[in-house]
Design a protein around this ligand. Structure first.
Ligand SMILES: NC(=O)c1ccc[n+]([C@@H]2O[C@H](COP(=O)([O-])OP(=O)(O)OC[C@H]3O[C@@H](n4cnc5c(N)ncnc54)[C@H](OP(=O)(O)O)[C@@H]3O)[C@@H](O)[C@H]2O)c1
Length: 288
């Protein structure tokens, strides 16, 4: 089991490693994958209304036989249809997931909400009611966080963003902002340098660091694990996924590996800073 946890600003401990039911599982039945992930040692499951598979995530959780208290479940608020509200939308997610509460509820996309202030006030209400233990945001930039912090009673606990070495430069302002306000950062797309841009400047360094760790730790170490260790070194939560049981075991085993060094982290940062690659929420780079 991956036991590392990150302390949130509301006193709750968030499991560092999460299995996601988006991307490859978007609009797909995720039950078997979620069950495998929990059996492999994942305790944090990340889903979203937008993925349209919360019901199958719920089935996977139930089939795993895990105790509710041993799991940490995140879901995310989609765009609200005319006349809909945050409370009813979360109650619908809970019905699909077969749960009484989620551990973390995030506003998925700032650009989907005409009044971020009003949406955030409703998010605070569902936390107050105990339907979500923690509340946070996703894909938020400082300009969006500024809007909600102006009137927020609860500071978001988490900002879930796309992050990997090719976003080091572009993401520095939002990372600095989150640090200043005590908002934990969670990353998706962390494996993009392997899965989506496999001939970039970071790849030779990942190979080199994996070889160094393999020698020192006396264990097989993959390049994916180096990217995950790079996130861990920065205290950034890792939201990943895999269709393969071997990779699920590999990700969980990161918990047993030592940290990469400061110099290795710097070398990956510097190589990644040479290029910019964003896959999702590309409107961020247009200043929206
Ligand atoms: N908040 C948001 O807006 C948002 C957006 C996107 C995603 N997410 C969340 O984050 C989760 C993870 O997102 P992600 O898919 O971008 O995560 P990721 O960790 O970057 O990538 C996981 C993918 O990498 C592949 N992979 C692993 N090792 C590889 C290797 N050595 N070579 C090539 N491919 C490799 C896996 O494929 P295999 O199946 O073959 O192992 C898997 O599909 C999603 O499921 C979702 O829950 C959130």
């Amino acid at each position: 089991m991956s036991s590392l946890r990150i302390a949130l600003n509301d006193g709750i401990q968030l499991p560092w490693l999460a299995f996601g039911s988006g991307t490859a599982l978007w609009q797909q039945d995720a039950a078997a994958q979620v069950e495998h992930a929990i059996r492999a040692g994942f305790v944090h499951i990340d889903t979203a209304q937008m993925y349209q598979n919360e019901d199958s995530v719920g089935r996977g959780i139930a089939r795993s036989g895990a105790l509710r208290g041993d799991l940490y479940v995140t879901t995310k608020l989609d765009r609200l249809l005319e006349g809909a509200n945050v409370h009813d939308s979360l109650v619908d997610s809970l019905r699909k997931l077969g749960l009484d509460y989620v551990d973390l509820f995030l506003v998925h996309m700032p650009v989907d909400h005409p009044s971020l202030k009003d949406t955030w006030a409703e998010m605070e209400q569902v936390k107050e009611e105990g339907l979500a233990k923690s509340i946070g945001v996703s894909n938020f930039q400082p300009r969006h966080l500024d809007v909600i912090l102006e009137s927020a009673k609860v500071v978001p606990a988490v900002n879930q963003i796309e992050y990997n070495p090719y976003l080091v430069k572009a993401s520095q302002p939002v990372l600095d902002y989150c640090k200043e306000h005590g908002i934990a950062v969670a990353a998706f797309g962390g494996l993009s340098p392997l899965s989506r841009f496999s001939d970039g400047p970071v790849n030779p360094i990942l190979k080199k660091v994996a070889a160094r760790l393999r020698k020192d730790a006396g264990k097989l170490v993959s390049e994916a694990q180096i990217l995950q260790l790079w996130l861990r070194k920065k205290n950034i939560v890792c939201i990943t996924t895999s269709s393969k049981k071997e990779r699920l075991a590999e990700y969980v085993a990161v918990g047993l590996l030592p940290d990469i060094t400061d110099a290795e982290e710097r070398e990956i940062d510097e190589a990644g800073s040479q290029v910019h690659h964003r896959v999702w929420a590309t409107w961020i780079d247009e200043g929206l």
